[in-house]
Design a protein around this ligand. Structure first.
Ligand code: 4AD
Ligand code: MG
Length: 462
């Protein structure tokens, strides 16, 4: 009978039948008269065995690692106790090479191995992706985005696709990629938030999955120059509703991933110790966090008036305790989440540390100290900040004053300001860094492993 052409993942129903599968030679092992191949087609792995006549035609030059091949044969269950992906192997009676892979041994075995220099891994990212863990991270990323979309649908948020080419900043002028747009200055978007806000009166609650760009000269484990930004915006909510919503979306998305056997298996293989976080998430105000850091002796690098770190005689950074008004930097944040060990909402950051659009917290009688905002960052163990969100200024006059305080020319923001003119409402939203979320979920050392082709300062290849 004519063999059935199949993807590897679909083979389970074709036991004892003649099948034809195309893929790449992932591994090869030769034993005198027998050759074992693990074939990879992106949907899974298949063990194939070539014996007798099939090995007579065996051509070591062409049937080599990473060659693309078509294998035809009978799919047989492997005996108990023997391990093979899917519990079966293909007994091959006919094969042909579709695309040879000259030099694959050199590239895949000699250049790419556990000891490879990070810059070689970065240059050869297109080959690294063929590996099991790199491709599993991308599989989990795909499942994650689908699960987020399903969670949003259940909560009636509609997906929109805002533009990447913009003429307004959201998170401060210092991190903008500027370029010439038909003779006018323009930027690559830092956040789609302002556009999402304009959708509320039209579409109700909305979300987007869009690339954001940050010209930050940060060579850290969690900074990219381009990252995938999942942003949501909701109308007629309180600050408390906002934090509960973020927690709900994250927990329901994780639950969906764990309930699905294939994504659960990906999480298990990448992050065997993963457990879904307990709800509700811990909430800690900015002021309490400063106190907590000082109680735990966690200090930060001292800076001079220009923001340069101060060094001692030996060239080491001078460390100082945290004071109210200080930014909580990455290192302190990381130590905090590592000690506490659970997700934490840090909320109520001073207005001067945060973006212009954030709503101020109502002040209590006789309260002193900095003016704080209805803002929150969600911190995850091992990564730190994965979400930044806030309630937005709903009042027109307050927004105009905020532009002024930040030195922002209101003219290009007319469309954003208009929201406060035509039926303003209490609203808020947030942005989640997809690569950071994935680094947490899949326990990756850096967000660079969580992007298909990561960009960081100096790197835009491949
Ligand atoms: O905290 P951020 O800057 O907040 C905003 O952009 C808001 N306008 C979002 C909103 O309210 N709609 O960024 C949000 C998240 C961060 O918590 C982080 O996870 C991620 O985006 N992020 C980055 N991820 C990788 N590389 C970078 N350089 C990132 N900058 C921010
Ligand atoms: Mg932030």
């Amino acid at each position: 009978p004519k063999p059935t052409k199949s993807k590897i993942v679909k083979l389970t129903t074709l036991r004892d039948q003649r099948v034809r599968v195309s893929g790449w030679v992932h591994r090869r092992r030769d034993q005198q008269e027998i050759m074992f191949i693990v074939l990879r087609d992106g949907t899974g792995y298949l063990q194939a065995v070539l014996t007798g006549q099939a090995t007579k035609t065996y051509d070591a030059i062409t049937l080599q690692l990473e060659a693309s091949v078509e294998l035809t044969g009978t799919l047989k269950a492997v005996p108990e106790g023997q391990k093979a992906p899917g519990g079966h192997e293909l007994v091959v009676d006919y094969w042909r090479v579709l695309g040879a892979a000259p030099g694959a041994d050199e590239a895949f075995t000699n250049k790419l191995n556990e000891k490879s220099d990070p810059s070689i891994l970065a240059d050869l990212r297109h080959l690294v992706l063929r590996g099991e863990s790199a491709s599993n991270v991308l599989r989990l990323r795909s499942a994650l985005l689908s699960a987020f979309r399903a969670s949003y649908a259940e909560h009636d948020l509609l997906e929109v696709t805002p533009p990447c080419l913009v003429q307004t900043q959201v998170e401060g002028g210092a991190t903008l990629f500027k370029f010439d747009y038909y003779g006018q200055p323009a930027f690559l978007t830092q956040s789609s938030q302002l556009y999402l806000e304009t959708c509320l009166p039209s579409l109700g609650d909305v979300f987007c999955v869009q690339e954001s760009f940050r010209a930050e000269n940060s060579h850290t484990r969690r900074h990219l120059s381009e990252y995938t930004h999942l942003e949501g915006e909701l109308a007629f909510i309180t600050f408390d509703d906002l934090m509960t919503h973020i927690e709900t979306i994250i927990c329901e998305t994780v639950d969906k991933l764990l309930a699905d056997p294939s994504s659960a298996a990906l999480i298990k293989s990448l992050n065997p110790n993963f457990v879904a976080p307990a709800r509700p998430f811990k909430r800690m105000s900015y002021l309490d966090a400063i106190e907590w850091l000082n109680e735990h002796g966690i200090q930060h690098e001292a800076e001079d008036a220009d923001g340069n770190t101060i060094k001692d005689a030996e060239g080491k950074s001078v460390m100082v305790p945290h004071a109210i008004g200080d930014d909580i930097a990455e290192a302190a944040e990381r130590q905090m989440t590592d000690i506490i060990g659970t997700p934490i909402f840090l909320y109520g950051f001073p207005a001067e540390l945060k973006a212009f659009y954030m709503k101020k917290m109502p002040r209590k009688e006789g309260e002193t100290g900095p003016v704080c905002t209805e803002s929150c960052d969600l911190l995850m163990p091992g990564v730190g900040e994965i979400v930044g969100g806030s309630m937005r200024i709903a009042d027109m006059e307050e927004l105009l004053a905020a532009y002024k305080r930040e030195g922002i020319d209101p003219a290009p923001y007319y469309w954003f300001t208009d929201q406060r003119k035509y039926g303003t409402c209490q609203h808020g939203g947030y942005g989640l860094g997809v690569e950071r979320f994935l680094a947490w979920l899949a326990n990756r050392y850096t967000v660079r492993e969580c992007s298909l082709y990561p960009r960081w300062p100096g790197r835009a290849t491949p």
